[in-house]
Write a protein that binds this ligand. Structure first.
Ligand code: PBG
Length: 332
């Protein structure tokens, strides 16, 4: 599309910015609480709200507190909450069996939320890193991440999440073939309506640091994730991953991190037209929250500007730790 612009003064583009009323009429991108998925960190215990040092304002919550959070989110109009468990180091093993334990933290939290707030969608994370002594998303053999044996474990993990009542399953592991394998298992086991939001374009990013603190994986992680997550300079590869995951049965796709990868969001949306989400990850949150806390940036203004950018780039929604704060602001 080529914009039509007549010569000055027939066209004075400032006319379109003259007042709040005119600016409201010409606003192209509107953010609503319905655009957010709120990621929360779950830990053991009761009545626990434990601050995360590298994510000021974000806490690890015990299951009862997660239920309260879900209730709050629902009241604010946030349609989905996404669970990330902080796993007791004693439960991390080489076989990662805790990942598909029906009684693991993620499954207990899912059941508790679906009991108390059935109308909020619960999204869960598929990847072995919270349960793995190596801190990696997949099994390791002689220091190499092995794909196919990992996919079998991811299928078990996904099924245990579906049985617990998860509405949306988010494979964030970046193994090849896992979307197809999980989709087939969900169909075979009687979960035809469980959605898959694939972390399709996930980069090997430095912006995940605070998240790894939050889930207790940073101490465990040996090496980096570059053999399965994408290198930051690549764009065509992201399109191939997204197309592949859509063909394997993903309902929605994600680009992660968010703000440094808005070009990927835009290209993905234009190319495939699928429901597209961005993850404004822990490091992006930490960067902004740190600046807000120091008085270097205006909290409300910059939070909203950062979230609006995702929608302008073509995203249908955003996973963001700012979800409740932004929703509160939008609700006035
Ligand atoms: C791991 C996973 C990560 C995040 C979500 N799932 C970290 C990683 O890949 O190391 C990061 C989210 C964030 O930084 O907010 N399966």
């Amino acid at each position: 599309m080529k914009p039509v612009i007549a010569a000055f003064p027939a066209t004075r583009l400032r006319r379109l910015r003259t007042s709040p009323a005119i600016r409201a009429l010409t606003r192209q991108t509107l953010l609503t609480p319905g655009d957010f998925i709120w990621p929360v960190f779950v830990r053991d215990g009761e009545g626990v709200v434990e601050p995360i040092a590298s994510m000021p304002g974000v806490n690890r919550l015990s299951v009862d507190k997660v239920v309260e959070a879900a209730r709050e989110a629902h009241a604010l109009g946030i349609p989905a909450i996404c669970l990330f468990p902080y796993t007791d180091p004693a439960k991390k093993t080489e076989d990662c069996a805790e990942a598909w334990n029906p009684e693991n933290l993620s499954n207990r939290a899912t059941r508790a939320i679906k009991d108390a707030v059935p109308d909020i969608a619960v999204m869960t994370d598929v990847a072995l890193d919270p349960y793995n002594i190596t801190g990696h998303d997949g099994f390791t053999e002689d220091g190499v991440i092995v794909n196919d044996r990992t996919v079998e474990a991811l299928v078990k993990q996904a099924l245990s999440q579906a049985r617990a009542g998860a509405d949306i399953i988010g494979p964030s592991d970046m193994m090849d073939g896992r979307i197809g394998a999980i989709r087939a298992a969900l169909e075979a086991e009687g979960f035809p309506n469980v959605l898959l939001l694939s972390y399709a374009a996930k980069y090997a990013s430095g912006f995940y640091g605070p998240f790894r603190d939050a889930v207790g994986a940073s101490g465990a992680l040996k090496g980096d994730k570059q053999t399965y997550q994408m290198q930051p300079g690549n764009s065509d590869e992201a399109m191939r991953l997204i197309e592949r995951d859509l063909l394997e049965g993903a309902d929605m796709i994600m680009v992660k991190p968010g703000m440094p990868y808005l070009d990927i969001c835009q290209r993905a949306k234009e190319m495939f037209g699928a429901p597209t989400f961005a993850y404004q990850v822990s490091g992006e949150y930490a960067m902004l929250a740190g600046a807000f806390d120091n008085g270097w940036l205006d909290r409300d203004k910059v939070m909203m500007e950062s979230l609006t950018a995702f929608k302008r780039a073509g995203c249908d929604g955003v996973l963001t730790y700012f979800a409740p704060a932004a929703a509160r602001l939008l609700n006035g």
